[in-house]
Design a protein around this ligand. Structure first.
Ligand SMILES: *Cc1c(COP(=O)(O)O)cnc(C)c1O
Length: 370
């Protein structure tokens, strides 16, 4: 139970380590595992999760921003950290100083990196094979190699990667097309004398289901945290959810028929009932769209969340159950025999489990359950 706040997140580090082991069991010996801990480890808490993921055998970590990488370095985490996006030119000396591995895919970043580097910088090249988001477009790779890359004398391309357009549907023919284009890109690099030792492509879904996409390293994110990349992805049964969201009941009151609860009285009692107020709201990442549309476990039983979710609180209809102030409520996770999942919330919100956990706010303390 939290000592710090009346609403908190619990992180099961045993489950996290077990998920790394489950993913490692799917890759060949010698294939690396890069643990993606971007966005505060998908809301799970970057530093503590990064440590567990590394202890469980990850060979590298990946983040998006320089700030995310620096948070890990400042915490004393020394293994390789890959930036999946290009750094701002103003941050280049900082990443070189802290041994953070940059990704490159545009001429200005390559030139800035080359200018700042006093010795060869080991970088990864991001190749866009069909997501059409970030990376050197595969059709322009040859020109990129002959132009910007050839003139960047201080850059050593030790990694080459691509990212799939599908995270949940790995049988999609687009994946095969992207793999073929990535293979061609690696051939093009080779003809130019560039043979990166770390070729990588696989997100969680491909780690679980496409060994032909594993290359030298896999790059899972969501599956580390025990969440399925999508309903159609196979081999997710052994994954164990890592995160629980909990709160202590802040107040209990009896309401009468006709009484409205919370802003705009979007819920009105039809009968006499007990209402418990929980001290977290949309500022904590409990979406306002969950107004009259969620369940909460108290005493091992699922109750309806009622009324408008406000910035800092919302209510639960407990019927005639005995509820006491300070009692533990579970919003994501297990209590007794009942479990509420991030997937259920995602379904209610019309989104994916990734977003549900990632939007949980920094003001919720992350605590270690094991
Ligand atoms: C986020 C991300 C991943 C991890 O994706 P999951 O679907 O969470 O496994 C891998 N690679 C890149 C480039 C990413 O941005």
């Amino acid at each position: 139970m939290s000592q710090l706040r009346d609403a908190w997140i619990e992180i099961d580090h045993d489950a996290l380590a077990a998920n790394v082991a489950t993913l490692r069991a799917r890759i060949a010996p010698g294939v690396g595992l890069c643990g993606v801990v971007k966005a505060n480890a998908y809301g799970h808490g970057a530093v503590a999760c990064a440590r567990t993921i590394l202890e469980a055998g990850a060979t590298m970590l990946a983040v998006i921003t320089v700030d995310e990488a620096m948070e890990l370095r400042v915490a004393g985490i020394t293994p390789p950290i890959l930036l999946l996006h290009e750094p701002a030119p103003q941050r280049i000396s900082e990443i070189l100083e802290h041994g953070i591995t940059p990704t490159v895919f545009t001429r200005p970043t390559l030139a800035a990196l080359d200018a700042v580097a006093s010795r060869p910088v080991r970088a990864h090249l991001k190749i866009d094979t069909g997501l059409n988001r970030l990376g050197v477009p595969f059709r322009e790779l040859e020109a990129f190699i002959e132009g910007p890359l050839a003139s960047a004398r201080n850059i050593s391309i030790i990694g080459a990667f691509t990212h799939f357009a599908f995270a949940d549907e790995l049988a999609n023919p687009v994946i095969d097309q992207q793999l073929a284009r990535f293979g061609d890109a690696l051939e093009t690099l080779k003809r130019a004398g560039i043979e990166p030792e770390l070729r990588h492509a696989a997100n969680s879904a491909a780690t679980l289901s496409r060994p032909d996409a594993h290359f030298d390293m896999v790059r899972p994110g969501v599956a580390l945290y025990g969440l399925s990349p999508g309903p159609k992805v196979p081999n997710t049964d052994a994954l164990r959810p890592v995160l629980s969201l909990k709160a202590r009941v802040a107040q209990v009151k009896r309401v009468q028929p006709g009484d409205g609860v919370s802003y705009a009285h979007r819920w009105v009692a039809q009968r006499e009932t007990t209402v418990a107020t929980l001290p977290l709201g949309y500022a904590d990442g409990w979406a306002r769209a969950l107004t009259n549309n969620a369940r909460v476990l108290i005493d091992g039983v699922a109750h309806d969340a009622i009324g408008t979710v406000t910035m800092d609180s919302f209510a639960v209809d407990c019927g005639d159950m005995d509820v006491t102030v300070g009692e533990e409520a579970v919003l994501i996770g297990t209590q007794g025999d009942a479990t509420l999942t991030a997937d259920e919330l995602a379904e209610r919100l019309g989104t994916i489990n990734y977003e549900v956990v990632t939007r949980l706010a920094a003001r919720l303390p992350r605590e270690r359950r094991s």
